[in-house]
Ligand binder design. Structure first.
Ligand SMILES: O=P(O)(O)OC[C@@H](O)[C@@H](O)c1c[nH]c2ccccc12
Length: 253
């Protein structure tokens, strides 16, 4: 697999070029992670739907920037019933910072996913988090090594895939938390059918997350019926009252 991905939307190409240059941390982190599988189980036992709410100040597919205090947004998401949070730390295209992740993780007690374009081992050391995103398309042949490097530091790696080949690579790398991204990072368009197509190929003991494009309770139901253990929602939560939006999407209808 080509680690850089040849046919990428220009915005994504720019994100990836910037990510490749980004330095890592100087010292190796050692994380005492909050268990994501336990958090999912507790939510289900509570009769609610596990939602990972994403603090995403902006993105290449969003208009404008939300400049509220990220910590306040995070608290509201948890008050609305979020099982976990996803925090963008990519600075140039998503308005994220490692500092806001640090502050958010101090302020809440749910597991926090670091959302970034990690392509080299030392970039794992930039900041502590409970889960860390590894995007199969971008790490290519280094996936197994990065999964292992993440686990050695105490992170729970969430491996993101968009195609069958990437899913096969993720499972071969030993991923036990897999996110199927409905957004094609080549074209940036979203199709919930991606999750429906790939989910049946995922073994039952893998925790499966449906990512991107989930906007309504109907979308939530559709992804749950297709086998999603949890949903990762950004835009539809960030648009408006984040507490109310999180509550609506995590409440069974
Ligand atoms: O805003 P949405 O459509 O709800 O999507 C959230 C999340 O899945 C999306 O932000 C995302 C999925 N994979 C990524 C990788 C990097 C940055 C962002 C992402």
């Amino acid at each position: 697999m080509n680690a850089s991905g040849d046919e990428l939307a220009p915005e994504v190409r720019a994100i990836l070029d910037a990510a490749q240059e980004r330095p890592g941390g100087d010292t190796r982190v050692s994380v005492d992670a909050r268990s994501f599988p336990d958090a999912v189980e507790e939510t289900v036992a509570d009769g609610r739907i596990p939602v990972i709410a994403e603090v995403k100040p902006t993105s290449p597919t969003t208009e404008g920037v939300r400049d509220d205090d990220p910590v306040e947004l995070a608290r509201e998401m948890v008050a609305g019933g979020a099982t976990a949070l996803s925090v963008l730390t990519e600075p140039e295209h998503f308005g994220g910072t490692t500092d806001s992740l640090r502050r958010i993780r101090d302020a809440v007690d749910v597991p926090v996913l670091r959302k970034d374009f990690v392509v080299r081992e030392e970039q794992l050391d930039a900041v502590e988090s409970d889960l860390v995103l590894l995007i199969a398309r971008f790490v290519g042949d280094d996936l197994s090594d990065l999964v292992e490097a993440a686990r050695e530091r105490g992170f729970q790696p969430l491996v993101e895939v968009h195609t069958r080949d990437e899913l096969v690579a993720a499972l071969a790398a030993g991923a036990d938390i897999v996110g199927i991204n409905n957004r094609d990072l080549g074209k940036l368009d979203v199709d919930l059918g991606t999750f429906e197509e790939l989910a049946p190929e995922v073994p039952d003991d893998v925790l499966l997350v449906a990512e991107s494009g989930v906007k309504t309770t109907d979308d939530v139901r559709r992804m749950r019926e297709a086998g999603a253990d949890a949903l990762l929602v950004g835009t539809a939560i960030m648009d408006g009252d984040v507490r109310q939006n999180t509550h609506a999407l995590s409440t069974p209808t």
